[in-house]
Design a protein around this ligand. Structure first.
Ligand code: SAM
Length: 229
């Protein structure tokens, strides 16, 4: 069963606009791992649960071809609109049934998406499609992000942020458990958001387009399929 929380066009459009991408540094860590484990050439990368494709784009210049997959047509439409690179394609499918031959993929990534999947089935499927010594990279970030804004007390901003997350706590999906930020995105559009006003008043701004610096801590899990598995 897929969690269909990313289906609306407006949602996909906001997702494209506000989504925090993994850094180039983080992607480089993944590539270093693949290089060490399997080596060149980097032929095919599959970004599962690619959403609107920000992470998929980061892979494009390192692989002969990159395929982003997602269950949501709206996300894929947004991803296609922004993918100018000729070596990226997008396909609609569930993470648990990937349309790739056995042993055909160098790198499978899931960026902030793994926690939504049927994890045992996805891992089995990733194993099936990976080449021997191909690699799996699961990336996500933690919710203890650090905000900063000129002439503002960071401590106060971050305190508001903490309170905001605490207010969302009752709306969290049991599926996610206590440590994923993703329920925040789903709830953001559908529940009252008074703390947003509060945050903006601390910053002494009125525009929702105001840019704030956010430091995000990503973490990752890298794994290499053994030669004889
Ligand atoms: C949190 S978003 C992450 C998107 C992107 N990887 C990123 O880092 O911005 C999770 C994505 O996973 C997709 N998704 C959730 N469950 C899925 C499943 N079982 N199969 C395929 N895609 C799934 C959703 O449609 C959504 O686009």
């Amino acid at each position: 069963m897929a969690y269909r929380l990313y289906e609306g066009k407006e949602h996909a459009s906001s997702y494209w606009k506000y989504r925090i991408s993994p850094s180039d540094h983080l992607i480089q860590q993944v590539l270093n791992f693949l290089e060490k484990q399997r080596g060149q050439p980097f032929e095919l990368a599959v970004d599962v649960g690619c959403g609107s494709g920000q992470g998929t784009l980061l892979l494009a210049r390192h692989f002969v071809s990159v395929v982003g997959t997602d269950v949501s047509p709206a996300q894929l439409e947004m991803a296609s609109q922004h993918a100018k690179e000729p070596n990226i394609t997008y396909r609609r499918c569930v993470a648990e049934e990937l349309p790739f031959a056995d042993g055909s993929v160098d790198l499978v990534t899931a960026m902030s998406a793994f926690h939504w999947f049927d994890r045992p089935r996805f891992l089995q499927e990733a194993h099936r499609v990976l080449k021997p010594r191909g690699c799996l990279a699961l990336l996500n970030y933690t919710i203890d992000m650090q905000l900063s804004y000129p002439d503002c007390c960071s401590h106060t901003l971050n305190q508001v942020c903490k309170e905001f997350y605490a207010a969302l706590q009752p709306y969290r999906s049991a599926h996610l458990g206590p440590s994923s930020i993703e329920i925040y995105r789903e709830a953001h559009g559908s529940i009252p958001y008074p703390d947003k006003e509060w945050l903006m008043s601390i910053m002494k701004v009125t525009s929702v387009e105001t840019e704030v610096v956010v430091a995000v801590k990503y973490f990752y899990l890298l794994a290499c399929k053994p030669q004889d598995a």
